[in-house]
Design a protein around this ligand. Structure first.
Ligand code: ATP
Length: 861
């Protein structure tokens, strides 16, 4: 990495300058240049290290985990802790963590494109009999009783035994190293690199002019050559790339501390320009902690289910109050409820875990919906731990969110095969069913209260084959359950904050339209946020309706839709594309395998860290460690802050550079000989760009960061008046410094030392003033960026040393200033600070006038 610091173009220019000084015999400048080169390289190196460490720690945060069973206890371990012989559980969406032999693999399909290039998922089955320990020499495509690291489970699930890990796997053999490659430059970094190059060419041109002007004014060509080269270095913001990288990396680290883990650095800057957040409902807007609160059985009884979370304790009482109340220890005497409970426990892959250690709550392992059903079954007196042995499972059709149902088939004894299906009402209950009307009526009413409603049904058969033939056919309905899933704390406020920041929130859910609308309404999803008009039915579309009109037509009215209900993962891609066609910058959340294409297509793909599949995480730009919507909005604010800070640095760095160039060009015309010596220019550059530059990167968000619309995705970093401010600010700075120098020159004072000092201090004043683009520095307070204040103090100290310490006086050709001269320097040095403050004041006044006149400052999403 040291080498990288030395190859930087500017450093090369400096080294050439150093060589020139050696030939000229100007040892003082050689020493200064060598010092600057080393310091610059050191600074660049330490910043690159910091950025890299930040990214490393992010990578460990995003490291994949694996579900294993160790000593018959299910647990989650980090993939790197996996050992040969571990029993792993693979679900849909798992990226296989190691090469494994399958022990159980119902309906397992795996996409092995990673290894074989074949993109159609292949069927797998459990290994039969005892396999010998010899190395398996069959081609991968023939080994259908094994799964391989890096491949993805697309359907079914499996239990498998790890046979090889890491570099011993097939993937390891191919890749030898699957190390993450160096991240490519972000769009902003690329644009700034182009900008840097342009400035460099411009500066070289200007230096040529300075050289010629100086020589014509009678300066020694050698000295002028050196001055011109130093000026080039001063004018070029060589610390810009480092500041951008470190701002992005540290920003990503800050986001990680707030549960948003960035997987691609460009996402940090894109976040700031997001205009639409398309979010899942369950677990993101809501807590994803389901609890069954109501049930209905076909004997006409409505039940209230009490209890907290996943604890298998709580009374079930009939709504009429006629039936006896009971708890989970007393046997239940209502046959219909018993049948519903038994079906809930059988058609279920979840498990409940009693509180462990300092945990207070029961947890569901597996699907939260199924965890809630299990707790419900236990409350109704069902023996949830023994039931799997009483009715061994013979087969299953796993839940998938497109079909919205799940079926399991069991041996009921006495030659009877029992199939249980649960799922969305309109899928499971055919219109021809006698119970259809009453079931739909109750389900709709509950959905309108924001509940997730599932129906449970079953059928009996003589054989497994008959069950498979008919499992979707005539069924007995056991009843309905309603699950409540409360909204997450802070979501309503976050949606409102997003709205005020010009960001539209749309909800995409697999749930019933009424459930979706009810929750959307309560959270303020839709135009107007919680304070506005809210959602109405016209702002919702269902997945089937969307499919009927054809995804391509969505672009025509996508801006009118806030809620997508009964939508499939595949439709998320249509939604992203339709929004993008309107010019929106879209953040899209997802958790399943089928969400991956939409996550990849979205400008910011966001995967769920807790409940998301590995496939979704790998497709995402950002992973939410807490699955929480609020975190997305916080990350957007952080993205805006980081972008603003980079703009601040650009304004600050280029204003100073412009001023130095003007001083060098204009000074000879004022009769001042070589205005600044090379050593002085380099010192100014080092002082002002070093610490204060980095300190600007940690500036807090602008007070109005979330009160203005998103910046346009293609906005130039100089947009919104920045280049005008930079240019005018630089000229003003030059005018003040030259004014002081001219006055000092005419009155026989040490004009060069004064000019040198004023230029340094004026830049430090600018650093303090550009902390906000709009707000007055006095309202920001010192405490919010102590780092900047201290670095300014330190730089003033360093400048003092350059003027008063004898050795340094020689190095920088300075003369000690009298108290009076210091006073003049200090007073003059506040000029740019005031200049920027007045500019901001005028800007605020103008904005105030506009907003009182016609609400131009109000945000229109
Ligand atoms: P969201 O987008 O809000 O996170 P989702 O799209 O993940 O929700 P799904 O989990 O796909 O929603 O559920 C869609 C529908 O499928 C539910 O409304 C429910 O009717 C049914 N369903 C959900 N989970 C199960 C399950 N485990 N077994 C059977 N059916 C289920």
């Amino acid at each position: 990495m040291w080498v990288a610091q030395f190859t930087d173009t500017m450093i090369i220019v400096l080294m050439i300058a150093a060589i020139i000084t050696v030939f000229i015999g100007d040892h003082r400048d050689t020493a200064v240049i060598a010092g600057v080169v080393l310091l610059n390289a050191g600074l660049g190196f330490s910043q690159a290290r910091r950025a890299e460490r930040a990214m490393d720690s992010l990578r460990t945060l995003a490291a994949p985990t694996v579900n294993v069973i160790r000593g018959s206890t299910p647990m989650v371990v980090a993939q790197r802790e996996l050992v040969v012989g571990d029993v792993v559980v693979l679900d849909v969406g798992t990226v296989v963590p190691a090469d494994c032999r399958l022990v159980d693999a119902p309906n397992l399909r795996v996409n092995e494109a990673m290894l074989t290039g074949e993109s159609i998922p292949v069927e797998k089955r459990a290994a039969i009999g005892v396999l010998d320990a010899l190395p398996d020499r069959r081609p991968i495509s023939d080994r259908n009783d094994k799964v391989f690291m890096g491949t993805a489970v697309t359907s079914g699930r499996a239990v498998a035994i790890v046979e090889a890990i890491a570099m011993d796997t097939e993937l390891g053999g191919i890749a030898q190293s699957i190390d993450a490659q160096d991240a490519p430059a972000t769009p902003l970094q690329q644009r700034l690199a182009v900008l840097g190059r342009r400035i460099a060419y411009g500066a070289i041109g200007v230096c040529g002019v300075v050289f010629v002007v100086g020589v014509m004014a009678g300066e020694a060509p050698k000295r002028m050559l050196l001055a011109a080269v130093s000026l080039a270095v001063a004018a070029i913001p060589e610390s810009l790339p480092a500041v951008v990288t470190i701002s992005l990396a540290l920003g990503a680290q800050r986001m990680a501390a707030h549960h948003a883990i960035i997987r691609n650095l460009p996402a940090v800057e894109t976040l700031g320009s997001v205009t639409v957040i398309a979010t899942d409902k369950t677990g993101t807007l809501t807590q994803g902690r389901m609890v069954v609160t109501r049930a209905w059985t076909p004997n006409g009884t409505l039940w209230n289910v009490a209890g907290n979370g996943y604890a298998p304790e709580g009374n079930i009482t009939s709504r009429s109050g006629a039936s006896t109340s009971r708890d989970h220890q007393t046997p239940v005497d209502d046959d219909a409820l018993v049948a519903l409970a038994r079906a809930s426990a059988l058609c279920n892959d979840a498990a409940l875990q009693a509180p462990r250690g300092d945990q207070l709550d029961w947890e569901a392992i597996g699907d939260p919906t199924e965890g809630a059903l299990l707790a419900f079954a236990a409350k109704a007196g069902c023996d949830i731990s023994g039931i799997a042995n009483t009715y061994p499972r013979l087969g299953e059709v796993p839940f998938d969110s497109t079909r919205k149902a799940m079926t399991t088939v069991h041996d009921e004894g006495a030659g009877v095969v029992f199939a249980v299906t649960k799922g969305a009402v309109e899928v499971v209950v055919p219109a021809s069913s006698p119970a259809h009307a009453s079931v739909i009526e109750i389900a709709d009413a509950w959905a309108a209260d924001g509940m997730r409603v599932l129906v449970l049904s079953g059928s009996r058969h003589e054989s497994l084959a008959a069950a498979w033939d008919d499992h979707e056919g005539a069924r007995t309905i056991y009843g309905l359950v309603a699950l409540s899933d409360p909204a997450r704390e802070g979501v309503e406020a976050a949606i409102d904050a997003a709205h005020r920041a010009g960001i539209r929130t749309v909800m995409i859910t697999g749930d019933h339209p009424m459930t979706a609308l009810s929750i959307a309404r309560s959270l303020g999803v839709g135009v107007g946020g919680s304070t506005g008009s809210g959602s109405d039915d016209g702002r919702m579309i269902t997945g089937p309706a969307l499919a009927a009109e054809g995804g391509a037509h969505l672009a025509d009215h996508v801006e009118q839709i806030d809620v997508y209900a009964r939508a499939t993962s595949e439709q998320k891609l249509d939604i992203v594309e339709a929004w993008q066609a309107t010019g929106a910058v879209v953040a899209m959340t997802g958790d399943g395998v089928n969400d991956a294409p939409a996550l990849r297509r979205a400008d910011i793909g966001i995967a769920m860290g807790r409940n998301g599949t590995e496939v979704a995480k790998e497709a995402a730009d950002m992973v939410l460690a807490d699955d929480n919507f609020v975190t997305i909005v916080a990350a957007v604010e952080e993205g805006r802050r980081i972008y603003d800070n980079i703009r601040r640095f650009v304004q600050y760095g280029l204003t100073g550079g412009t001023a130095e160039v003007w001083v060098m060009i204009v000074a000879p015309f004022l009769g001042l000989p070589l205005a600044l010596l090379p050593a002085q220019i380099l010192f100014i550059n080092l002082l002002t760009h070093g610490l204060p530059g980095v300190a600007l990167g940690v500036e807090a968000a602008e007070p109005d960061a979330m009160a203005r619309p998103p910046r346009a995705a293609d906005e130039s970093i100089f947009g919104r008046g920045l280049w005008q401010r930079t240019l005018v600010g630089g000229m003003f700075m030059a005018a003040v410094s030259l004014g002081v120098a001219e006055w000092a020159y005419r009155s026989g004072r040490p004009w060069q030392t004064m000019l040198f000092s004023v230029l340094v201090l004026l830049q430090l004043g600018t650093a303090l003033a550009v902390r906000s683009e709009t707000a007055s520095t006095f309202t920001l307070g010192v405490a919010s960026n102590r780092f900047l204040v201290w670095s300014v103090v330190a730089m003033i100290g360093a400048q003092g040393a350059a003027v008063y310490v004898p050795g340094l006086q020689d190095l920088f050709a300075t003369t000690a200033l009298s108290l009076g001269d210091v006073a003049v320097v200090l007073i003059a040095s506040t000029a740019t600070f005031w200049f920027v403050e007045i500019d901001k004041l005028v800007g605020r006044r103008r904005a105030g006038r506009l907003s009182t006149r016609g609400g131009a400052a109000a945000v229109q999403p």
